[in-house]
Design a protein around this ligand. Structure first.
Ligand code: PLP
Length: 381
């Protein structure tokens, strides 16, 4: 079955007892056991829940993995991967990563004696040089956040595996519609399901998908031992949203390409970051690594200072000023003070996240309405 068919049918079989086409939401926290010390398929919802399992089955199929785990948030999923490591291990992560991941790696992981360093993962040679004898985890995001840099996942995975380093890819921005990192050699795919997977700004969730059943067991042990599972209601909402994932993402990518093109030729705009533009340094790699589109996030800088950027942000009417991304409604934000405020300011600048940077999450509105909104707001810059 092809992607869109799997998104609707895998894990979402009709209810065997009633024939209901949509499986029921299982809200039970606990399940009757056949006898003392005897276990059925489910016993306690932290350890396993049918509605969560249905979502995990769909996600594993869409990412071409063998197993998935659904978490209460994306950060909980990321934390579970970090908990695979031990004191003295080193994590190497990209510079263009989500601010919350940066915070977890820099402010929480060192408390457990983990070493962390960042490297520009778009340059495989730099990744090679940055590996240490104790590196155990390589953390990649492609497209990166918020600069939409493109990392060669296959090349990084090959390099990492030569050094017995586990490769995790945060696939939140690309979604499995555009990129399937497990097929490129990654060991773990990570999602904030809060974004495109959920798609409607109405749930918080996270997910991990892996190929290796033994790695799934280790992550399952961590999830069950620490408890940050996705609830049944959110699991249902996410399963429902996955049915339209491909349609949404492809349409959002098309609109994003039009918006990027519009911004690119606008006299008030200094720079546009969008992998679909031929002058983006990762354009050719993105064309090879991403199928069906270049993503639906567009970042840009206006001419002038922070005040000019703030005037544009204040002038937008349709784009909502809010963090998060990937939903049907378009959002705008200023990474330096919002999504990436948890970066140390000098690190933020060193990694190219200027105060004037504006990040757009393109939704499902009519492209022309979005372009007209940007046009009138840019006239204030
Ligand atoms: C790329 C990326 N990864 C992870 C996260 C964290 O996910 P959550 O907010 O669901 O914890 C986010 C949230 O913005 C994100 O954008």
């Amino acid at each position: 079955m092809r992607f869109r068919t799997r998104a609707i049918h895998v894990g979402q079989e009709p209810d065997p007892t009633t024939g209901a086409v949509v499986p029921p939401i299982h809200v039970a926290s606990t399940f009757v056991q056949p006898g003392p010390g005897q276990w059925g398929q489910y016993d306690y919802s932290r350890s396993g829940n049918p509605t969560r399992k249905a979502l995990e089955t769909t996600l594993a199929s869409l990412e071409e993995g063998t197993g998935a785990l659904a978490f209460s948030t994306g950060m909980a999923a990321i934390h579970a991967v970090v908990m695979l490591l031990q004191t003295g291990d080193h994590i190497l992560a990209g510079t263009d990563i989500y601010g919350g991941t940066y915070r977890l790696l820099h402010k929480i992981a060192p408390r457990a004696g983990l070493e962390v360093s960042l490297v520009d993962t778009t340059q495989v040679d730099r990744v090679r040089q940055a590996l240490r004898p104790n590196t155990r985890l390589l953390w990649l995001e492609s497209p990166g956040n918020p600069l939409l840099s493109i990392t060669d996942i296959a090349a990084c995975a090959q390099l990492a595996h030569q050094h017995q380093v586990l490769v995790a890819v945060d696939n939140t921005l690309a979604t499995p519609v555009l990129t399937r990192p497990l097929t490129l050699g990654a060991d773990v795919v990570v999602h904030s399901a809060t974004k495109y997977l959920g798609g409607h700004s109405d749930l918080l969730g996270g997910a991990l998908v892996v190929r290796d059943p033994e790695l799934w067991q280790r992550l399952y042990f961590i999830q069950n031992a620490t408890g940050a599972v996705l609830g049944p209601w959110e699991s249902f909402l996410c399963s429902r949203a996955l049915k339209t994932l491909e349609l949404r993402v492809l349409a959002q990518c098309q609109t994003a390409a039009q918006v990027a093109q519009f911004l690119h030729q606008h006299p008030k705009v200094r720079k546009v970051y969008y992998p679909g533009l031929p002058d983006h340094p990762g354009h050719h790699l993105a064309a090879r690594q991403m199928q069906g589109g270049f993503g639906a996030m567009v970042s840009f800088e206006v001419h002038g200072d922070l005040e000019a950027a703030k005037r544009v942000l204040g002038g937008l009417k349709l784009f909502r000023l809010a963090v998060s991304l990937g939903a049907v409604e378009s959002l705008v934000e200023q990474p330096a003070t919002m999504s990436h405020a948890s970066y140390d300011p000098q690190d933020r600048l060193a990694h190219g996240i200027r105060d004037e940077l504006i990040r757009l999450s393109i939704g499902l509105e009519d492209p022309q309405d979005l372009i007209e909104d940007l046009d009138q707001a840019l006239s204030r810059a």
